[in-house]
Ligand binder design. Structure first.
Ligand code: FAD
Length: 597
C-alpha cells in the first residue's frame, strides 16, 4: 500500500481514489451509523434540557446505556471484551454519538479517549486484562488527570508527587488536579505525577471507589459556561496508595503518554464536532424556511443564504478532512500489523505518524463549530438567544472545543513545530521544494493558457500554489530564524493557518472529486460548489496571513519578491463567482430542508 506520510500532504499531490470518504462506509458501518443516530434521537435529543439543568446523573445514565449497547468498545480489541473495529468505525461512533449534547459528548470522549486509550496504548498485558473489559463495557468510567492549577498548557510542570513506599510495593500520590472530566462518576483515573525530581512525569492507573476513597477527595462541580452536565471537578490526592504494578509504561514516560493520548483525543474531537454541526445547520434551515419577515421566508434572503451556505460548507469540509485522516491512520496501523508489529505498537505509531493532521483537525473543527453555532443563533434572531431553542446551548457547548485537548494556540504551534521537527530529522524533505520555489520566483512566469476543461483542474492548480505559498514562507522563516523560529509565535500562527486551510481545502476537493466519480457531476452540483467556495476562502486566508507573515520578517527587494510570489500563488485565472456558489448551495439546502450531504 502506498501510504502518505504525516505532514506530506504539503509536498505531494494526493489522488482522490486514495482518500476515504463517508460514502465509502461499509454496510456494517452504515448500520452502526443508523443505530447510533437512533440512540441519540431517542435517548438524548428529547432530553437536552436535563443536560442544561446540570443533571449529572442523567449523563451517567446515558453513558451506562451507551456502554450496554457496546458503543464504548468499538476500537477495543476482542481479547479485552471489545469489538476490535477499525479507527474509521471508532471515528464514526464518536461523530454521531456527539451530535446532540456537548455534555454527553465530553463524557463519552473523555472516557473512550483519554480515559481508556493510555491503558490500551501503553498498558501491560495484565493491566489491559484487568481494566479494559470494565472500561469497554462502561461498567467503569475512566478519567484523565493531567491538568493542575499551575500546570495547564505546560503539562509536564505538574507538582503532584509519587513517592515509593518504604516496603517498595506502592507509590503514594499526593497533589491536586483540576478540570477533570468525569471525575464525579469515574471508577478509574489515569493520574500523572512526578517521582523525586524526575525531568518528566509518570503515569499511573488509579482505582477510585467513593466508598473507600484511598485519600482521594473531589472538589465541587465547576460552574461552567457550557457542557453543564459534564462532570468537571478538582481532584485532591493525599498519600493515595497505588500498587507499583499500576505504573503505566516506564518511570518518566508520562509526558509522552499524555501527548500520544491527546493525539487520538484531538482527531476524535474533530469527529465529535461533525454531527453537532449537521444538526445545527438542519435546525437553522428549517427555521429559516418557516420564519417570515417582510411577508417573505427569511431563507429567501441572500444574507441568510450566505450563512446557510457557509455553515454547510464548513461542516462538509471538516468531515472530508476528518475521515481522510482517520483512514490514513487506519492504513498505517494495518501496514504495521502486516509487517509484524504488535497491535498495540501499531496503534501508537499509526496515530503518532499523523499527529500534525490531528492537531490541524482539532483546530479547524473546533473553530468551525463555533462559527456554525454562532451563525445558527443569528439565523434564529432573538429566538436564537433564548434557552427555548437548541442554538443557545449548542453555542455555549461549542466553546470548550478550543480550550481542551490542548488549546488551539498550542495546537497551532505544535502543527508547525512537528512539521519542522520532521524536516530537521530528515523524515520529510521540505528544503528541496522550498528551494525550488525560491528559484521559481526568479524565473519568468509562463504565459501559456492552461486547459481547465477537466473538473477541478484550476482548483488543483490553485491548491498546488497554496502549498508553494506555505513552503515559500516557512522556508524563508527557517532560513532567517533557524532554531529561534519558535520565538516567533505570531509568524508560526500565520503559517499554521495556511497549513490548516491547505489540508482542509485539499480534503474537500478530493472528497468531491471521488463523489463525482461515484455519482455524476450533475448530482453533485452543491458539493462541487462547496469545494470551490471552501478553496476560495482558503486562498483568501492564505493571502492575508501570508502577507502578514512576509511583511513581519523581510524588507527591501526580498520582501518585494516574496510579496510578488504570494500574489502569483493566490491568483486565479478564472475567479469563482462565490456569491453564485453560495446561492447554489443554499438552494439545495432549502429544497432538502436539511443538511443532506
Ligand atoms: C471543561 C473542561 C474540561 C477539561 N477536562 C480535562 C480533563 O479531563 N483532564 C485534564 O487533565 N484536563 C482537562 N481540562 C484542562 C484543559 O486541558 C486545560 O484547561 C487546557 O490545557 C489549558 O490549560 P489552562 O487552562 O491552564 O490554560 P493556560 O495554559 O494557562 O493557558 C491560558 C492561555 O495562554 C495560552 N498559552 C499557554 N501557553 C502558551 C504558549 N506556550 N504559547 C502561546 N500561548 C500559550 C493558551 O493557549 C491560553 O489561551 C479541562 C478543561 C476544561 C475547561
Amino acid at each position: 500500500m502506498n501510504i502518505i506520510k504525516g505532514g506530506e500532504f504539503l509536498l505531494k499531490e494526493t489522488k482522490s481514489e486514495a482518500i476515504f470518504i463517508t460514502e465509502d462506509f461499509s454496510e456494517e458501518q452504515q448500520m452502526m451509523k443508523t443505530s447510533v443516530k437512533e440512540f441519540i434521537d431517542k435517548e438524548v435529543w428529547p432530553h437536552k434540557d436535563r443536560f442544561e439543568k446540570g443533571d449529572y446523573a442523567f449523563t451517567e445514565e446515558v453513558m451506562t446505556k451507551a456502554g450496554e449497547m457496546g458503543l464504548m468498545s468499538i476500537s477495543v480489541p476482542e481479547e479485552y471484551g471489545g469489538m476490535g473495529m477499525s479507527f474509521v468505525s471508532n471515528m464514526l461512533v464518536c461523530d454521531y454519538i456527539s451530535g446532540s449534547s456537548g455534555s454527553f459528548a465530553t463524557a463519552f470522549g473523555a472516557h473512550t479517549g483519554i480515559g481508556t486509550m493510555p491503558i490500551l496504548l501503553y498498558g501491560t498485558e495484565n493491566q489491559k486484562q484487568k481494566y479494559i473489559p470494565n472500561l469497554a463495557s462502561g461498567k467503569w468510567i475512566g478519567s484523565y488527570c493531567l491538568t493542575e492549577p499551575g500546570a495547564g498548557s505546560d503539562a509536564n510542570s505538574g507538582k503532584t508527587k509519587a513517592i515509593l513506599s518504604d516496603d517498595g510495593k506502592h507509590y503514594l500520590i499526593s497533589g491536586q488536579k483540576m478540570w477533570i472530566s468525569n471525575a464525579g462518576f469515574c471508577s478509574l483515573m489515569i493520574v500523572f505525577a512526578r517521582i523525586e525530581n524526575d525531568k518528566n512525569i509518570t503515569a499511573f492507573i488509579v482505582e477510585y471507589d467513593q466508598k473507600n476513597p484511598n485519600g482521594i477527595t473531589l472538589g465541587e462541580e465547576e460552574q461552567k459556561l457550557g457542557i453543564k452536565a459534564s462532570s468537571t471537578r478538582q481532584v485532591f490526592y493525599s498519600d493515595t496508595k497505588v500498587p507499583i504494578e499500576n505504573m503505566l509504561s516506564e518511570r518518566g514516560s508520562g509526558f509522552k503518554i499524555a501527548l500520544n493520548s491527546l493525539n487520538v483525543g484531538r482527531i476524535k474531537l474533530a469527529a465529535a464536532c461533525l454531527d453537532a454541526c449537521r444538526r445545527v445547520t438542519t435546525e437553522a434551515i428549517k427555521y429559516a424556511t418557516e420564519r417570515k419577515q417582510f411577508k417573505t421566508s427569511i431563507a429567501s434572503f441572500g444574507a441568510i443564504q450566505y450563512k446557510l451556505a457557509e455553515m454547510a460548507t464548513k461542516t462538509y469540509a471538516t468531515e472530508s478532512g476528518s475521515y481522510r485522516a482517520a483512514k490514513d491512520i487506519q492504513n498505517k496501523i494495518d501496514t504495521l500489523i502486516a509487517s509484524g508489529t504488535s497491535h498495540q505498537e501499531a496503534e501508537l505509531k499509526g496515530v503518532e505518524e499523523y499527529a500534525i493532521e490531528c492537531a490541524v483537525l482539532k483546530v479547524y473543527a473546533s473553530e468551525m463549530t463555533q462559527y456554525v453555532t454562532d451563525e445558527g443563533i443569528q439565523i434564529f434572531g432573538g429566538m436564537g438567544f433564548s434557552k427555548e431553542t437548541p442554538m443557545e446551548s449548542a453555542w455555549r457547548d461549542a466553546r470548550i472545543g478550543r480550550i481542551y485537548e490542548g488549546t488551539n494556540e498550542i495546537n497551532r504551534l505544535l502543527s508547525v513545530g512537528m512539521l519542522l521537527k520532521k524536516a530537521f530529522k530528515g523524515k520529510l524533505d521540505l528544503i528541496t521544494p522550498a528551494m525550488a520555489i525560491a528559484n521559481d520566483l526568479m524565473a519568468i512566469p509562463s504565459f501559456d493558457t492552461p486547459d481547465y476543461s477537466i473538473l477541478f483542474s484550476e482548483e488543483k492548480e490553485m491548491l498546488s500554489k497554496l502549498k508553494k505559498t506555505f513552503l515559500m514562507i516557512a522556508g524563508k522563516a527557517v532560513e532567517s530564524f533557524g532554531m529561534e523560529l519558535e520565538n516567533q509565535q505570531q509568524l508560526i500562527m500565520s503559517a499554521s493557518d495556511i497549513m490548516i486551510e491547505i489540508y482542509i481545502a485539499e480534503s474537500t476537493l478530493l472528497k468531491t472529486e471521488k463523489l463525482v466519480g461515484k455519482l455524476s457531476e450533475s448530482e453533485c452540483t452543491a458539493q462541487i460548489a462547496m469545494a470551490r467556495l471552501n478553496l476560495f476562502n482558503a486562498v483568501e486566508t492564505a493571502n492575508t496571513k501570508g502577507k502578514e507573515a512576509i511583511i513581519s520578517f523581510t524588507d527591501g527587494d526580498e520582501q518585494r519578491m516574496l510579496l510578488m510570489g504570494l500574489k502569483r500563488f493566490t491568483k486565479y485565472t478564472n475567479y469563482p463567482n462565490v456569491i453564485q456558489l453560495r446561492r447554489i448551495i443554499a438552494a439545495r439546502l432549502i429544497t432538502d430542508n436539511k443538511y443532506s450531504f
